[in-house]
Design a binder for this molecule. Structure first.
Ligand SMILES: Cc1cc2nc3c(=O)[nH]c(=O)nc-3n(C[C@H](O)[C@H](O)[C@H](O)COP(=O)(O)OP(=O)(O)OC[C@H]3O[C@@H](n4cnc5c(N)ncnc54)[C@H](O)[C@@H]3O)c2cc1C
Length: 411
């Protein structure tokens, strides 16, 4: 069967469509829609994003109020929930009216030092406690590099002696014990408050210790229900196997495997590093191979929902349709507690809101934090939406369609 046949079959088997722009943007006022239109159009200009991603972080560092104001009113408003936890409340309430949940993401990135790691741990714990008081925040997301130094993660990743779990370097041992302790406190609070913790996947040269720690936490906290989720990046050619391996470990040790499935955000960086350091790239040779493994991972997980819980984290319409048709084929109810869909806030509302309308469990991944701390996240969103033929044009055409629909009603 060709990919095209597969697509047709997927469409026929489906009870959801992503074409309804009225559902997709019902939560946006005309003014919000205009801002989104302006932003995606601007990001589509070929020179804009490379220039903006170079200059914005520098200008922000200079503390120019005008730049701060501009960022706050444009890209920050499109992709971020607010500068503080409480500032996310109005948006969370609004999304709740459309049965859309939130995965709260405290958007701190790349801060080093024990004080920062402790501050981040406390903030994650705060976010969990806050989420527990809200009707539509079942998950929070964390980055291990916010509670551990990247240098330590890299050492753990590279040194087989350390990787085997035998730490005879006292300093590294003590630093790693601190990381484990921070992670334990976060997961323990999550379990007590029945909030799930989704651990982001990072660069391949940091990932092994992240996987190991996350699986240890699952063994402790995922006995009756999924509290801890790892993230699997299917743009890596070894990760479909890793999913099967993780599942085998879960079966042997009697816990529920929680996994967020993504394609992966650091492809260019991974390839450049592999070339520079002369090792085989961990990335799939083609986009098609990534897509193939992503959909295979969906199939594997959906066939094993008795002890796997998944977050399908993708803006790829076909993969989302593959997931919903597999659920239908296997007679799985739309709101099965082990299947959750998620898209980033500010992107692919046509997928999120139409899935929610059809009764699937969906959430927007919502970062929050001071503007200066979320700049790396914003720059990644700009990069992702830069090409005229890619995401930005897709988003733009959906927004235009909804603007025209609204105009036609008025006239
Ligand atoms: C809710 C949510 C959470 C996320 N969390 C993480 C995370 O923890 N860690 C992380 O790394 N990313 C994360 N991402 C980002 C994600 O990995 C993707 O970068 C992004 O979602 C684009 O992939 P897609 O499935 O949405 O769609 P698509 O647009 O279909 O796929 C684009 C992706 O395909 C892959 N790709 C593109 N070209 C090629 C090529 N030539 N060869 C091989 N592969 C290729 C790349 O991964 C690229 O990002 C998250 C995304 C979402 C929606």
């Amino acid at each position: 069967m060709t990919n095209f046949d597969n697509k047709i079959l997927t469409m026929e088997l489906n009870d959801v469509s992503f074409n309804n722009v009225e559902n997709a943007f019902a939560y946006k006022s005309d003014k919000d829609l205009k801002l989104s239109h302006f932003l995606f159009k601007t990001m589509g200009y070929p020179l804009f994003v490379p220039l903006a991603t170079r200059t914005t972080p520098l200008l922000m560092k200079c503390g120019l109020p005008v730049v701060n104001r501009l960022v706050r009113k444009t890209i920050f408003k499109q992709f971020v929930g607010g500068e503080s936890l409480s500032a996310t409340a109005p948006l969370a309430n609004k999304l709740n009216q459309y049965n859309v949940n939130i995965i709260l993401d405290y958007g701190i990135e790349g801060k080093d030092g024990n004080d920062s790691f402790e501050t981040a741990t406390k903030e994650f714990i705060n976010v969990i406690k806050y989420a527990a008081t809200q009707p539509n925040i079942p998950f929070i997301s964390i980055k291990i590099s916010a509670i551990a130094s990247s240098a330590l993660l890299q050492t753990m990743n590279e040194a087989p002696r350390l990787r085997s779990g035998i730490h005879d370097h006292e300093e590294e041992q003590a630093a790693w014990d601190d990381v484990c302790d921070r992670m334990y406190r976060i997961c323990e609070t999550a379990a007590k408050n029945n909030i799930a913790v989704v651990v982001d996947a990072e660069e391949s040269w940091l990932q092994d210790p992240i996987d190991r720690l996350t699986i240890e936490m699952m063994e402790e906290f995922n006995i009756d229900r999924p509290i801890v989720y790892n993230t699997i990046q299917l743009y890596r050619h070894d990760r479909l196997n890793f999913l099967r391996l993780s599942h085998n470990i879960a079966k042997q040790r009697g816990f529920i495997l929680g996994v967020k499935l993504v394609r992966g955000a650091y492809m260019d960086k991974e390839r450049v590093r592999a070339t520079q350091r002369n090792y085989p790239s961990p990335i799939q040779p083609t986009k098609e191979k990534t897509d193939e493994d992503y959909d295979a991972a969906l199939k594997y997980s959906i066939s094993n929902l008795s002890n796997i819980a998944i977050v399908i984290a993708s803006h790829n319409e076909n993969s989302n349709l593959v997931a919903t048709s597999l659920m239908q084929e296997n007679g799985i109810v739309h709101n099965h507690p082990h299947v959750h869909f998620s898209q980033l806030y500010g992107m692919s509302d046509n997928i999120s809101f139409n899935l929610a309308k059809a009764g699937y469990s969906v959430s927007k991944y919502l970062p929050f934090g001071p503007i200066k701390d979320v700049i790396p996240y914003l720059m990644r969103r700009a990069q992702e939406n830069r090409s005229v033929s890619g995401n930005s044009s897709k988003e733009l055409s959906l927004i235009k369609k909804e603007m025209e629909r609204r105009k036609a009603i008025v006239h």
